[in-house]
Design a protein around this ligand. Sequence first.
Ligand code: SF4
Length: 326
Amino acid sequence: MSNILLETKDLRVCFKSDASVVRAADGVSFQVERGKVLGIVGESGSGKSVTSLSVMRLIPKPNGYIEGGQILFHGEDLLRKSEKEMRRIRGNKIAMIFQEPMSSLNPVFKIGEQLGEALKLHQGISGKENRRRCMEMLELVRIADPKKMLDRYPHELSGGMRQRVMIAMAILCDPELMIADEPTTALDVTIQAQILQLLRDLQKKREMSIMFITHDLGVIAEIADRVAVMYAGRIVEEAEVSTLLRSPLHPYTRGLIDAIPENYDPKFGFRSIPGMQPSAQNMPQGCSFAPRCAYACSECGRAVPELVEIQPGHTVRCILGGKGGM
Ligand code: SF4
């Protein structure tokens, strides 16, 4: 049995407006291994959330569409599945949690009703067993009084508690893959650390794979095994987390690492990457990072650099072949 649970190959996702078509994900290829966490990191607009929504086939229509590529789950292309088949996969085999749990929880139903409904819909479990399973899930996400929680409304909970409920809902059907899209961004630092620890513990206990989307490389360091760095719709570097943090090869990754608050240097102060990510409508020729790159030269503008494997398992998209990240 292959140890690759999910694989995207040359995934291209577009959005059209009256005036133009923009490519939000451009040739994105990565693998998620069974029982491992792949972090996808990048700034807002880098294409990381679009990529995760594509895996669920939830790109907003009619303006968004998948132009090409493959999304292989257990070796089967999700892009060839019918909507009915995808409904069975979502929630059962692949679950998703978002940054803002209130966008997924219905404010007019109690937590117990929402968890119970999801369990009934996906697994056909009702009655006493349904309630028992819901309480068990709430206990698993370390909610102190699960019975009481079933009778509460989402607005009665703190942000951290709501996210725990969302995680309980996501693992209710024992999915093989969880997609977590910035699940800790809206939380304060202490609660963020608790939620990350909870996700890591659940992932290990249930041997689940996680695709963890974030803008924060510090969070990736806490939870992921491998990491893919995205910039302007493309993966620009990918490696094991420890390797990437120790020896980044792309100037953008170097900038992200320097910008982690823990890497504050009194000589330089808090550092950030100068400039802004280009908009998809206004992409520069060649390397899209060139306008912000301290190493840019005329050759960088000629063509989009290829993703090249510099060391086993460590790839980078830069003409310097890695000398720009050191
Ligand atoms: Fe910088 Fe050129 Fe490398 Fe792009 S290709 S990251 S502009 S050195």
